[in-house]
Design a protein. Structure first.
Length: 198
């Protein structure tokens, strides 16, 4: 059954064109879960979610993985401007458990320049996991600065700033059930808040 998006009159003016509808998200996430279950059957799978954006995708994805698996999280801060990461990354929250000898799948919301993920791959790769792969809900290939092996991709999107289904702009819009482009002219200045760096 399809979930209608709210009528445009009721929509926040900062929410622009829909890039991925809720139904398409559901179908693709189910498909990725089936693929991962098949590929990792008989292995020792640990999903590593990158906070906070990947939380919605990860929790839906994990419900469609039908093999034993564990969950851990990392939080990283990327230095740079609001829209461009520099590749210099600091770990704010590290994994709870060791990953040596395990099959690690990093779950990301979006790969933009690829610099954050490139750092994560180096950092986790140095801990000698048995395997290390990436599952990203969204990717913006036009923005890529470093080539990365991304084993599972949900959707390729154009070079637009995406919000919804976990993705934020200044911590808002994560709760949208679809992915939309941000309309910058519709963004209303809010009370300045201590903004989380991830
Ligand atoms: P990268 O290092 O440039 O690949 O940026 C990665 C991180 O920046 C992602 O994990 C997101 O948290 C954030 N990011 C990049 N593009 C977008 C976007 O379009 N919307 C929201 N967050 C984004
Ligand atoms: Mg983020």
């Amino acid at each position: 059954m399809s979930t209608p998006n709210p009528p445009s009159a009721a929509r926040d003016p900062a929410i622009g064109e829909i890039l991925v509808q809720a139904d398409d998200l559901r179908r693709r996430v189910t498909g990725l879960g089936i693929e991962i279950s098949r590929d990792y059957s008989g292995r020792d799978l640990v999903l590593v979610g990158v906070l906070k954006g990947a939380v919605f995708f990860l929790s839906d994805l994990m419900r469609h993985i039908e093999i034993p698996c564990e969950l851990d999280f990392m939080a990283v801060a990327s230095y740079g401007s609001a829209t461009d990461s520099s590749g210099v990354v600091r770990i704010l929250k590290d994994l709870d458990a060791a990953i040596e000898g395990r099959d690690v799948l990093i779950v990301e919301d979006i790969v933009d320049s690829g610099l954050t993920l490139s750092y994560l791959l180096r950092s986790l790769g140095a801990r000698a996991p048995r395997s290390l792969e990436v599952c990203a809900l969204l990717t913006k290939p036009e923005r890529r600065k470093v080539e990365l092996p991304i084993r599972y991709v949900g959707f390729e999107i154009p070079d637009r700033f995406a919000i919804g289904y976990g993705l934020d702009h200044a911590e808002r819009f994560r709760n949208l059930p679809y992915v939309a482009a941000l309309r910058r002219e519709g963004v209303v200045a809010t009370v300045p808040s201590a903004q989380a760096p991830w």
